[in-house]
Structures are given as C-alpha cells and as structure tokens.
Design a protein around this ligand. Structure first.
Ligand code: ATP
Ligand code: MG
Length: 574
C-alpha cells in the first residue's frame, strides 16, 4: 500500500481526553478517530491490526473445536426478561425501541440469544458438546468510558459459548479454552497472566481472567510466590488475627455523640479500628440482611452476592436501616438485632471486647463478646482482600499488581439454560438443562493492551504478528528518480514475496517521515536514499532496536524475509 493512497492521519499532539499511552498513540498514529465518548472509527491502519488479532483468535478457536456464527446485535427484551437480566444488568445495557414501541437491547453479550437458539434446535445429548463463537461489535453504556478502546461503549469482542451434557464435559472444554487463550495472547506477542476472578452478575462459579500486566490497568491482581493469583474481587485471603491478651469484660453502653464513621468512633473511644465491628445492611432481593465486618476492612459485595445467590444486591437505604435497627446510619449493631440473617466475615474470628453500634442514636456498645452478647451462626470470607493479607493456599503474604483484563472464561453451569428452559434428553432419556460455559476476548482492548506493553517515547513498537504492515519502505527523496525506482522495485519484490508493505511515497522531509515511521511502529523499516544507493546499499532497521544495518541492495529482500520470520518467532515467544 502506498501511504499517499491510504488514510493515515497522524498527529503531533496528544488528544486532550487521553490519559494513558495506548489511547494517545492510537489517535496520534492514525489508528482510530473519536466520534463520540467511547465510540471510535477504526481507521485503515487500526483496522488492519484488529483484523490480525481477529485472525489469530479465529485460528485458535477453530483449532479448539469452536465454530463461528454471527448473531444479531439487536436483541428483543423478552429474552432478557426471561433471564431476569433486563432489569438486573443495569444502565450499561443500551436499550432502543422499534417503531411499534417494542424494547430491544443492543447486545453487550449474547448468553440469552445463543441459549434461545440452542433450545429450539438441539434435543439430544448426541449433539453435545457444541462450541459456537462470533466476533462482533458489542455495546455497553459504560458509566465512565475512558482510555480509548480500552473501556469503550462500542467495541469488538470475540464471544464463545459451549453446551454440554455434564460438568465433566464442560471442564474439558474449559481447559481447552484456557489453553487456547494462553496461545492467542502469546501469538499476539502479549505476556498475560491467567488469574482467578469473581463471576459477578454473570453467574457461575469458576472463572479466570487473562490479564496483561500494566501499571495503567484498571484491574488489581493479588498474587503470591506460590503461584496463587486472583483479581482483588475474586481473591480469598486470610487476615492476620487481631488478638489482645485481656480478660473478657462486661458489656456497656456508651454515648458517642456525632461519632458514626469508623474514624470518628475509633478516635472518640481511642481504640484500634480492628476492635470496632461494622454492621452493614444490604437488600438482597426483597430481604434485608446484615454483614458484620472488622472496622478496618471493606465488604466485597461480589462475594456476598455469590454466597447468598440473590439476583439483586444493594446497600440498604437510611430509612430501611432505621426501620430494622431502630437507629440512624452509623449506630447499628448486632446486639439485640432480631429475626435477621446475619453473616460475619472471617475477620471477626478471635476478636474479644469489641465495639459495635448500640442500635440507638449517638450510642455504641463496648466490651461486646460473642456468643455471650449476640450469636453468629455463619462465618464467611466476605472482606475485600488486599496486599499484605495472607495467601489462602500457602499463608505467605499477598502482593498487589495492576493489569488489563483482555479476556475472561466462565463456567456458567445451568444458570441460563434453567431460566430459559433450554433442555436436552440425556443418555437415559431424561430431560436436563444444558451445562454451559462462556468465553470472551476484547479484540479492540487487546490491541490497546499490546500498545501499553510495546511502545517507547517515539511511538508504537508493534509485535510482528499483529503489526498493520510488516515492512515500511521509506524513500528519502521522492523527487529523485533513482530513489523512487529502487523503492518501487523493493515494494514489488516484497509484495510478491507475500509480505505486507507500506511505501511512504509522501513528498515530505525525511525527518518528518522518520518521526511518523517511529510513531506508527511498523516493525521493519527499509530506508532508500540516493547516497546509499550509489554505494549499492540500503538501510534496514528494526523498530525495536536503535541500530541501522547497511546491506547490499540485492541482499535486502532475502534479509528482510529472514528478519521477519525471526521477529515472528520472537514475538510469539515473548
Ligand atoms: P470489565 O471488568 O473490564 O468491565 P467485563 O468483565 O465486564 O470487563 P466481559 O463481560 O468479561 O468484560 O467481556 C469480555 C471481554 O470484553 C473483557 O475481557 C474485555 O477484554 C472486553 N471488554 C469488556 N468491556 C469492554 C469495554 N467497555 N471496552 C472494551 N473492551 C471491553
Ligand atoms: Mg470480565
């Protein structure tokens, strides 16, 4: 492709709304153009890389036994009502109406549509397992679209869904997908870490996220040298116990005027936050429940959600709190709280003489002890794990890193097949709901993550496998006939050799073209100039290295071919 023929609008300045390097470079290198918040046009150069990532994903999905299809973006609300997600999914679900006033969602994901497809078509276990996938534009009305295509409102995703007769078959496919994902990211040149995650609102129990390690990542990973790694939301952790050797004292009510936050109460009573126990009320579907947690820790709502198996979970309102506890926010406690499900976080274990709200305005109880003063029937791991906690598998200290989630795989179980009544006849002729898995990769986010991982102060450094072009030919002076004849000759030879080549035929200063070359980051640059040509030479340079290599012009093509295969291998191995 000739630069003058295509459309690569490069920019000197960073876009004003860009906070991270991949966003800045994707706009400056002419890969994409913003239309509206979180909505981008993929320009020719960007689209080429997107297609490359898609192709790698396709090859690996096909190799793993998945089959491609394409489902509609418009999804009737009736299906979403059947699974209950029309209301539960929240404001991220983009809703539109047709001319008959019927509601539709613009697909953020396709569990409903695929399960609806299968329930009408597959009746026997003999057709299972079945794995289907698509690569398609998704819509999510993100509360804070940012970082360019990293968190967009319209983006490209690969989503796969698998249907099984039993858990064992799902386990086998899950493993295969796990391996396919590992290979996909490796082939894109990315180093990713698979980490255990929380299944959140999508349901199911086992799930892994594939993370690209990057300081700008929105996800926190807690990991241990023993190999344990999980997202902060998905992590379990043991807490170092807070135990003070002292006698059990008598419970007492004390006035704590105006002190209702942890900070205020601990300051007022001059106690360690670990001695204070917070009582937090949630509305779980229609029921109000109480969570008890040590004052220095936060509740991990995803864990509560999963443990209770409810479809909606929200903090109780101030009125609800007043109603169930008799006290305003900040003064609730477990003593005397009747007829309510109460679950304590593991952080409460071993505590003595604690402080809790007295269920009375401006009052707390001190020296509270359980089971003497209140009973807890259920202890669970409900706290948000953090660095410094102890690893749940070996007890060593967990450390924190940041990462970008590029893919996620889930074991869904029968969540969607049950609500959508998707059943098949098993080997004994009995009707049973399909066991399902789902597997997503953010294609456009993967492109941005690659740039986060591969760039320098001058621009992008594409891994060879996903570069928009493999070679950039840069003639120094396009008005010089000899230079252009040589450049055209190389172009033809390299294209004939099956390579993807961009020829910068713009009539611009060499310095300007070198800057753009660095910015768009094509892995191999072939510089053609009058002076070198007179000595029978051209210059070859790898974008990721500083060194320029002078080569005989008749050896350039074979050398470039060799370098490209080496680079391909290198990026796949990194
Ligand atoms: P996140 O936690 O980042 O919001 P998610 O867990 O909601 O993502 P999934 O439902 O697992 O995302 O979607 C599969 C993949 O789609 C993600 O791993 C990610 O790569 C990509 N993705 C999700 N949301 C966005 C978005 N708003 N913009 C770009 N890519 C996205
Ligand atoms: Mg996810």
């Amino acid at each position: 492709m000739r630069w003058s023929q295509t459309f690569i609008p490069t920019h000197k300045e960073d876009p004003a709304d860009a906070e991270i390097i991949s966003h800045k470079l994707m706009v400056r290198a002419g890969l994409m153009h913003k239309l509206s918040s979180g909505v981008y046009t993929y320009l020719p150069l960007g689209l080429r890389t997107i297609k490359k990532v898609e192709q790698i994903v396709r090859q690996e999905m096909n190799a793993a036994g998945a089959v491609e299809l394409l489902m509609p973006i418009m999804q009737p609300s009736e299906l979403w009502r059947e699974t209950g997600r029309w209301d539960v999914y929240g404001k991220e679900l983009m809703k539109v109406k047709d001319r008959q006033n019927r509601d539709f969602a613009l697909g953020p994901t396709h569990e409903e549509v695929i399960t609806d497809l299968i329930r009408g078509q597959i009746r026997s276990y003999k057709r299972l397992p079945l794995i289907l996938y698509q690569i398609q534009t998704k819509f999510r009305d993100e509360i804070r679209p940012r970082f360019g295509v990293m968190r967009a409102r319209e983006f490209v995703m690969k989503d796969a869904y698998s249907f099984h007769e039993n858990e064992a078959s799902l386990d086998e496919t899950y493993q295969r997908m796990y391996q396919a994902y590992t290979r996909i990211f490796q082939r894109c040149g990315l180093s990713t870490a698979p980490v255990m995650a929380d299944s959140g609102a999508i349901g199911g129990d086992v799930t892994h996220e594939f993370m690209v390690l990057a300081d700008t990542g929105e996800g926190e990973i807690l990991s241990c040298e023993c190999g344990y790694a999980a997202t902060a939301e998905g992590a379990q952790s043991q807490l170092a116990p807070y135990k003070v050797e002292e006698k059990i004292k008598s419970m007492e009510k004390v006035e704590t005027p105006e002190a209702h936050t942890v900070e205020q109460v601990t300051q007022f009573l001059n106690i360690d936050a670990r001695r204070l126990v917070k009582t937090i009320f949630y509305r779980c579907d229609e029921q109000i429940i109480a969570i008890l947690i040590r004052g220095d820790r936060e509740v991990n709502e995803a864990k509560v959600h999963r443990i209770l198996g409810c479809s909606t979970l929200e903090m109780a309102t101030a009125e609800e709190i007043l109603q169930v506890s008799g006290a305003p926010v900040g003064f609730s406690g477990p003593v005397g709280l009747k007829g309510m499900q109460m679950i304590a976080d593991l952080s409460l274990k071993g505590l003595a003489n604690i402080v809790v709200g007295a269920n009375e305005d401006q009052c707390h109880m001190i020296n509270v002890n359980f089971p003497r003063d209140f009973t807890v029937k259920r202890f669970e791991d409900l706290h948000l794990a953090q660095a410094g906690d102890l690893c749940p598998s070996c007890g060593k200290i967990l450390t924190s890193r940041r990462g970008i989630e590029v893919g996620q795989i889930f074991k869904l179980g029968a969540k969607y097949s049950k609500s959508l009544k998707a059943k098949f006849l098993d080997q004994n002729g009995k009707e049973s709901p399909f066991i399902m898995g789902c597997y997503g990769i953010g294609i456009t986010r993967t492109v941005a993550a690659a740039i986060e991982q591969y760039h320098d102060q001058d621009g992008i450094i594409w891994p060879m496998t996903i570069a928009p072009y493999q070679v950039l030919i840069l003639p120094l002076n396009v008005s010089d006939e000899m230079t252009m004849a040589a450049a055209d000759g190389f172009y033809k030879q390299l294209v004939d050799a099956g390579l993807e080549v961009l020829l910068d035929d713009r009539d611009e200063r060499a310095g300007f073209k070198f800057k753009d070359a660095d910015l768009i980051g094509i892995p191999l640059r072939l510089t053609v100039g009058e002076r070198s040509l007179r000595q029978g030479k051209v210059e070859v340079k790898l974008r990721r290295q500083n060194q320029v290599i002078k080569v005989d012009r008749d050896k350039a093509v074979s050398m470039i071919r060799e370098m490209i295969s080496e680079e391909r291998l290198a990026s796949e191995k990194s």
